[in-house]
Structures are given as C-alpha cells and as structure tokens.
Design a protein around this ligand. Structure first.
Ligand code: ATP
Length: 374
C-alpha cells in the first residue's frame, strides 16, 4: 500500500480581489521508503501543496480532494489526531533554517520538544536521543547547549533535520531544504538527507526549483506548472528524457553565480509563469512553450502515459504525447528542431498503457477524461 496518496487535490486561497487557485487537481502517490521530488518555478504551487499535506495552510486556504496518509484521510482528521500525526508520522523541514528555530531556546531543548510533547520520551531519555540525533546529522553532542545564533546556516539546517527525525517519522517533507545555504553546504545537507532517509527507510517529499538536485536525490519526480503536475515519472527519465517541454526547460536550467535561484528562469523560456487568477486558456504553459501547436490554446491535456512501460509509471500533460490529438498546425514560434518533440510520445496510450484509437479533441478535456475513467 502507498504511504501517501493524493487524489485530485486542489488548494484555493481567498483574497480580497478573488480566488487564487494555487494547486489544481494534483494526484500523486508515494510508496514506503520512496523519495519524490517536486520541481517547478516560483509560484507553481509546490509549497502550498507541501503545507496542505499536513494541513499547515492558513485559514484562507480551501483544500479539496483526498490526502491519504497510510490510508487515513488527513483532511478528515480531528485536531488531536492531526497533532499526533505531525512530527510522529510525518514531519516537515521548512525553507530557510533560521526561520524555523526559536532564537532564545537552546538547540537541545528544541530537538527534544516533539519527543516530550508526544510523550515519546522522559526528559533523561530525550537528552540521550538528542545527542544521538545530533550525531546522526553530523554535529557534536555538546551543540545541544548552543543557541541558534551560535551556529552557521548549514548547522542550523542540520538541527532542523534532527528535529524532523526526532520522532522517527515515516515521511519527511523538505521544502527547499537548502535554499539559504551556500553551494558547498547545500551539497552536504542534501547528501545528509539522502543518506538518512535511505538508512532509516523514511519516505521523502522534497521540493526545489532545481531539477538536477532532485534527480540526484529522488526516485521519482513530479514537475509542477501553474498549480498542476505536468509530468511525473522516474527521476532519470524525467530529467534526461523529459516528455513535457516545461520539464525539458527546467532540466536545462543552470544557476548562475549571483542569481538567486528563485528568480532563475528555465533556460530558453521567455516570459513569466502565469498569474493563477488569470490563467491562459487551454494548456497554461502554451504562451511560453517553444513547441506549442494552435490546438494548445484551447486544449488542456490530462496527464497521459508517456514513458517506457518497463521503467515504471511516467505521465506527461502535453499534446505531444497524444499524437491522436495533434490536429492543430504548429504555432509560428516553433522551430523545426524544437518540433522534434513531435515524436516524443509514441502512440497514444490508455490508462493501462494500451494503444488507443484516435479520439476527437473533446475527449481530452479534463471533464471528459474524468467521465472516461469513472
Ligand atoms: N497565503 C496566500 N494567500 C494568497 N495567495 C497565496 C498565498 N500563499 C501562496 N499564494 C499564491 O499561491 C501560488 C502558489 O504559491 P506557492 O508559494 O505555493 O508556490 P511555490 O511553487 O512554492 O513558490 P516558491 O518556490 O516561490 O516558494 C502563488 O501564486 C502565490 O502567490
């Protein structure tokens, strides 16, 4: 059984000027011990989705769909049960360590807190456990007596990881765990997380703008654009043989020294991600897509099997993996070289991978697909 299943999850923020559809119809699965990376530009909905998993969103956020953690519906949990689940079964490492620690409390007290709050240890046992956790994250036990300001950014992030591990959760959610760190320290922290989850058999959901980092750490990758997952598959396939043009652009993006990663545009892509309150018609990516067809401005293709059947499930939401739907002519900006994407998908396949007969455009609309699969 999956440790985590997301079924058609949407998150909408209500603000003074209207509704912000930050996450739209996301379905994902995570097996025990599996590491899933979620990639996408700033504003694609990654953090909103991560926070929704443990119901950590502000009150103005409305979450729809189902989030099943070990078969239990997180959205239906009573408050007491939810508190027990947080930390003890699933914990989260937030962006930027310096924001996560209380500046006036010693490190050791902060790491011990979830153990004490959840009644998992007496104070003496908690002290022993804190020493053990500090060692696991590469810090000496005496650091338990330090205050956060006495540690470097990388050390503080190690403390956050120790806190996340404290109650031996089955799932860790790491939202941009290395954003505020310099490149060398980033690599060390990422290696630490990778080793710890492997040695403890913990499942991981980690979020980043950087597809190459995620490909190195994770078994599977989900690429988000404008609130939707546009590609989902085995890491090496999504990174090296992406089927969605947005994933290809993300895979080709390299940080430049001095560029804040959050401001970095994927290579070869002009423009910015769309305003979620004013999404383009059809495929949300089509105005920036180098291989868009005319049909893309009216057609929002669902995720569709796109990978090699022997490599595990791989889906992409692009008309180029649905040759049966590509009746529109190429948009003027498409170059013949870029249009090499045309043969990316092979024959159109049904949900179980079977080759399907050519369908009309209408059958690819989201509502119709829902009817087809219900
Ligand atoms: N509290 C909020 N109220 C209203 N809109 C919000 C709120 N938080 C996020 N949003 C909007 O939801 C969308 C998704 O934001 P989110 O932070 O989840 O994206 P992200 O991919 O994690 O970006 P980043 O990488 O910059 O953290 C954005 O358009 C953002 O402006």
């Amino acid at each position: 059984m999956n440790l985590l299943s997301l079924e058609d999850v949407s998150v909408t923020y209500t603000i003074a000027s209207g509704e912000v559809p930050a996450v739209r119809g996301v379905s994902l699965e995570l097996a025990p011990g599996e590491a899933l990376g979620i990639a996408g530009e700033s504003g694609s909905g990654k953090s909103t989705l991560a926070m929704a998993l443990l119901r950590l969103l502000p009150r103005d956020a409305r979450v729809e769909g189902r989030i099943l953690l070990d078969g239990e519906d997180v959205l239906a949990m009573k408050w007491g049960r939810l508190r027990a689940v947080r930390w003890a079964e699933a914990s989260i490492v937030f962006q930027g360590a310096q924001h996560g620690l209380n500046p006036v409390r010693r490190i050791g007290e902060q790491i011990a807190e979830p153990l004490l709050v959840h009644g998992l240890a007496q104070p003496a046992q908690a002290r022993t456990r804190v020493a053990e956790l500090l060692e696991q994250v590469g810090l000496p036990a005496w650091r338990a007596r330090s205050y956060p300001h006495e540690l470097s950014g990388g050390q503080r992030q190690r403390v956050m990881i120790a806190m996340a591990l404290a109650c031996s959760p089955r799932l860790i959610i790491a939202d941009e765990p290395t954003t505020a760190l310099d490149v060398m320290v980033q690599a060390q922290v990422l290696t630490l997380i990778k080793d710890l989850i492997a040695s403890h058999g913990i499942s991981l959901i980690t979020i980043s703008h950087d597809l190459s980092v995620l490909a190195d750490m994770c078994d599977r990758l989900a690429v988000m654009y404008a609130g939707r997952v546009v590609e989902n598959g085995p890491s090496h396939e999504v990174f090296h043989e992406a089927r969605h043009p947005y994933s290809r652009a993300l895979a080709a993006a390299f940080p430049t020294v001095g560029d804040p990663v959050s401001r970095m545009a994927p290579k070869g892509l002009g423009g910015d991600p769309p305003d979620p309150m004013d999404l383009p018609t059809g495929c949300s990516f089509h105005p920036r897509c180098p291989v868009a067809l005319d049909v893309c401005s009216s057609l929002d293709v669902e995720l569709w099997p796109a990978g090699r059947p022997d490599e595990g499930p791989h889906t992409a939401a692009c008309v180029h993996v649905r040759p049966d739907l590509k009746t529109g002519s190429a948009a003027p900006e498409s170059s013949s070289q870029e249009s090499g994407a045309d043969d990316l998908g092979g024959p159109a396949r049904g949900a179980r991978g079977e080759v399907v007969a050519a369908a009309s455009l209408e059958t690819a609309t989201r509502d119709e697909r829902a009817k087809e699969t219900s």
